[in-house]
Design a protein around this ligand. Sequence first.
Ligand SMILES: *Cc1c(COP(=O)(O)O)cnc(C)c1O
Length: 213
Amino acid sequence: MQNVVKNFNLIKQEITDKKNVKLVAVTKTFPINHILPVINEGHTDFGENKVQEALEKWTSIKQDFPKINLHLLGKLQTNKVKFILPLFDYIHSLDSIKLASKISEQQIKKNFKPKIFIQVNIGDESQKSGIELNNLEEFYKRCVDDFKLDIIGLMSIPPFDKDPNPYFVKMRELSNNLNLKEISMGMSNDYHEAIKQGSTFIRIGSKIFGSRT
Ligand SMILES: *Cc1c(COP(=O)(O)O)cnc(C)c1O
């Protein structure tokens, strides 16, 4: 438990002078008692990647700590969208028109507009989710014009076995082209590089909470 707070504070220190960088503490697989010490440090931004797990873990905690922002990082099935608003304040994994349309419908129904990142398949990997680079501009326009989504930026997970730097650079470029302010990139192993290339949301799990089993 002490270690978790220590790990957390070390990363916070590293980014104290980087005012644009926000830390999302990724809590997937960890029980709430493992996370509470970080909540008690005053941290507000937490990430999960499964809807069911998040609902069970965060619904009541969020009522106790209304300042908490919950970030959905993992694949979102369209039939789950109705469960995630207003629990999740941010969605980092918008990856299809069908999903955009569903979120659009639900944000009206729930009168709650989540902040959204478009996930980009930056390494053009067939096994990974995300919008292809060629379709990105058109997809972005439809999200804003047709679906009235609050798109705040782009998100990506570079290929895990390659140098992430060229992908981070590319993300910066795409983001500039669309005039988007936020970039969600960088995890435990590569957040320093991601920050150098302009990341504004780093998503860190194991470096704070330990390895997942
Ligand atoms: C699990 C996960 C993270 C955190 O990964 P670590 O390597 O533990 O820091 C970040 N982003 C996404 C999308 C994840 O699924």
